[in-house]
Every structure is written in C-alpha cells, then in structure tokens.
Write a protein that binds this ligand. Structure first.
Ligand SMILES: [Zn+2]
Ligand SMILES: [Zn+2]
Length: 453
C-alpha cells in the first residue's frame, strides 16, 4: 500500500473471495463518483488465468479480468478471489476522467498531468494462507542491555527508545541479571500500551562467564545459580557425566556445563537462544564451531541468533553455519537481535536487527517454538535482508514495504511520549495521549489485516 492509493484490507486470506476498499489521495487520479474506473488484479507468481500462448513479458495476459467500477463517496469497493500465498498488484485506470481534467495544466502545456488517469496507478495487496492470516506480526528484539549491567540507559529509557523505533516486544537481557524489566513493569502496565517487556536474562557461568545464552520467558534466573551455588552446579554436572555422552573432541567440563545450563533454562520454563557464536572476542570466536555444531546436533538450544551484534562477516559466517546445521533436520527458529548496549549511539547496533514473530493468541514464545519467526538485518543505508522460511520472508518483505512505514510512525510518537513520561514529563496528560495513540495503532492494524486482529 502506498500513501496515495490506500487499499484495505491489505492482507487477505488466500483461496477465497474478499471485498476490498480502495481510496485515493493522488491528486492526479482521484476517485469521483461520476467516473468509471477499470481495475485488474495481477498475481506476483501464481497465475490465476490461462498463460498467454504468446508468453509475452510483463503479465500482459489476455485472459485477465477487468472490473469496471464507480466509486461511492470516493471509495471503490470490489470483490476478488485471491489465490495462493503471494503479493498482488492492483492496476487502476480510467478512460472516463475528462470531466475532471486539470484545465490549468492544459493551458500551461503540462499535457502529462491529464494522462495520468488513463495510464493508471498501482497499489498492492497480499494473500496469505490460513495459518499466517490468523497470526499478527510482532517486531521484537530478544537481546539488549541496560545500565543494570553494561548498557548505557536505564530500563525505562531503553524500553521507550525501542517503542520509538517501532518494536512491539523487548527482552532486556542484562548480563547475569534476571528480569531487569520487572522493575519498570508496574509503570508499563499503567500506560496501557501493547508494547511488551519480556522476562529475560543473558545467562553466564559466573561473572565474566564464558557461556552466553539468552533465556526468554523463564520463571527464574540461571546465572545466579552459577554464581551463588557453585557446589550444587559442580555436583549436578558430575551426575550428568554418568548419563550424558560427551561428543568426541569436545572439552568434557565445558560440554557438561552447557548441558546443565540448557536443562536448567528449560526447568525455568525459558526458551534458550544460542547467541553470537562467531562474534570475535579478543582473538577467538566466542564459541568454537565444533561446540556450536554439538549444541545443534544434541538439541542444546531452542533458537539461534542468526543476526547479532557482529560485524557483517561474522553474521555471514554464523548464518551459513546455522543453515548448514538446520539442513540436517532440526528446525531451530530464526532470531535477529541487536545485543544493543546504547540506544542513543547512532553508529551502534540499535535498530539494526529484529525478529518478526508471527504469533497467534498463544503468544510470542509458542510461535518461536513453532518456527513462525524471521530474522531481519537492517544495516544503515541498505535494504533490509530477511532470513527464515521462504514463505515468511516473502510476507515479511511485503510488510516491511507496506505495513511498517505507517505503523513505525505511530510507534515513534508513542515511544517519544513514553520517553517524556519516564524523564519528567506531565504524566497524566502523557498517559492519556499514549492510550489514544494505542487506539490509533489498533485501528490501523485492524484495517490492514481485515479486522482479524
Ligand atoms: Zn553475549
Ligand atoms: Zn549480550
């Protein structure tokens, strides 16, 4: 959807008929009730008409249906049966626009102005299968730090910055500190925004620990056990030695401690993310490649941070490692995260990565377990790159072009007000405005996704 030609809903269910509404803010082709417009629907990849026997380019298909419609109160309504899971171009033009030609343009010799309606404009719509149709996209960062560990901002400011950047879910994963978000939860609950702060921790085996594994949604912290109950960890790791086979070539102590850590995260109810294995720390990768392969092979994580706070070549390397291991059969989920330590550092990682999770009423974590996530790498000045299952990448790319630009602008103003709220602004008035912006957000989502949300 462009701003000039708006189509609602912009996402429809595939393989059924849906009525859509089209409005125009395009001054060169507005919708007048006394004008007839012509409309065609062109599927991106799965054709719904017989292929032209001449097989010409550009989908100039002779069999394509043309709808002749007149707007009512400036709104065009048309029904179409959208097949398959794909993007569609909607072509709209009119040979009947003469009554609304711009006479000034004719006088001044701007002939092209009055040819626009005849040439037409384009809009976009997307049809998705039942499962994705019933899910809503959530833009998440599952890895970020605050000044409760080595980050630069306090949790409330960090959270407001994330909302400002269009995120729906934030996991504050302070080093070895469980659930930093809890200290600001009451304030967020009072604000009645849909922005979600997830319980999380970046788990380490003690201070400055070698292991880094993000735990999402756990009911208790695991680093604390490493730090405060070393005897217990030692004893339980020794017990593991009796039942767990250490893969050949791996350090026994490291491997068994990793097994213990993963099992403890699972006991806490957390989802374990293997993070930044190819991050160059000092002169080595953070995690030996053979250890990462053993983690994949033996199910010692639930998801993988394919894009993280790394240099491009480190992300490149670890993403190929991930694809290689995933091809062996275990469908680990895709996570893109910033590992951000400073939300005001313009040259830093803030906003440069995210995970889009397609979640239903069961929430974010079950959707990740079910593989409904894609990782997004958003390098400054470059087009975003999306990693995940092909059908979800396609859908996410559509959303990034047509859904997020407007939504991000609403989130920006909401996040801005949150920032002011947490840094000394007039709380009562701001809380009211935040509630209003939340209802705008809800209205936009509802229109975009056919009232499903
Ligand atoms: Zn880390
Ligand atoms: Zn981190």
């Amino acid at each position: 959807m462009t701003r000039a030609i708006q189509v609602y809903p912009s996402v429809v269910k595939s393989d059924c008929e849906t009525e859509i509404t089209i409005t125009s803010f395009d001054g060169l082709m507005l919708f007048y009730d006394d004008v007839e417009y012509k409309i065609q629907f062109v599927p991106m990849e799965e054709f719904d008409t017989e292929l032209d026997p001449e097989l010409r380019l550009h989908c100039e298909d002779n069999g394509r249906k043309t709808f002749c419609v007149k707007p009512q109160n400036g709104v065009i309504r048309v029904k179409y049966f959208f097949i398959g899971e794909q993007e569609w171009t909607i072509r709209i033009w009119s040979d009947d626009y003469q009554a609304h030609f711009n006479e000034t343009a004719t006088k001044w010799g701007w002939a092209w102005v009055n040819k626009v309606a005849e040439r037409g404009r384009r809009a976009t719509i997307y049809s998705v299968g039942q499962d994705l149709y019933e899910r809503r996209p959530y833009k998440c960062d599952f890895h970020a730090h605050t000044n409760r560990s080595d980050g630069a901002q306090p949790p409330a400011v960090a959270a407001a910055c994330y909302r400002r950047r269009g995120y729906d879910v934030l996991a504050l994963t302070d080093h070895g500190i469980y659930n930093t978000a809890s200290e600001i939860k009451a304030d967020y609950d009072a604000l009645k925004t849909s922005f979600e702060l997830m319980t999380a921790e970046e788990v380490h085996n003690g201070y400055n620990g070698y292991f880094h594994m993000v735990s999402l949604g756990g009911s208790y912290g695991v680093s604390r056990i490493f730090r405060e109950e070393p005897e217990r960890v030692r004893a339980e790791v020794a017990e593991l030695e009796k039942t767990v086979a250490v893969p050949e070539g791996l350090d026994k102590n490291e491997y068994l401690q990793r097994v213990w850590m993963y099992r403890e995260i699972k006991k806490s109810g957390g989802l374990a993310v293997h993070v930044h294995p190819c991050w160059r720390t000092g002169d080595t990768y953070h995690c030996q490649t053979k250890v990462s392969r053993a983690i994949f092979a033996n199910g010692l994580c639930d998801a993988f941070e394919i894009i993280g706070d790394n240099k491009a070549y480190d992300n490149n390397l670890q993403s190929m490692l991930f694809f290689e291991e995933r091809a062996k059969g275990k469908k680990y989920s895709f996570i893109g995260a910033t590992d951000c330590h400073d939300m005001f550092d313009e040259k830093g990682t803030f906003g440069r990565a995210s995970t889009i999770v397609f979640a239903d009423k069961n929430g974010i974590l079950p959707a990740i377990y079910d593989n409904y996530s894609v990782a997004v790498e958003s390098t400054y000045g470059e087009a975003p790159r999306v990693y995940g299952d092909y059908r979800m990448i396609k859908y996410a790319l559509f959303l990034m072009r047509h859904y997020y630009p407007i939504r991000d602008s609403i989130c920006f103003s909401q996040g801005d007000m949150m920032l002011e709220y947490f840094t000394g602004g007039a709380r009562e008035e701001l809380a009211e405005l935040i509630t209003k912006s939340e209802s705008r957000l809800g209205k936009y989502d509802k229109e975009f996704f056919n009232g499903k949300i």
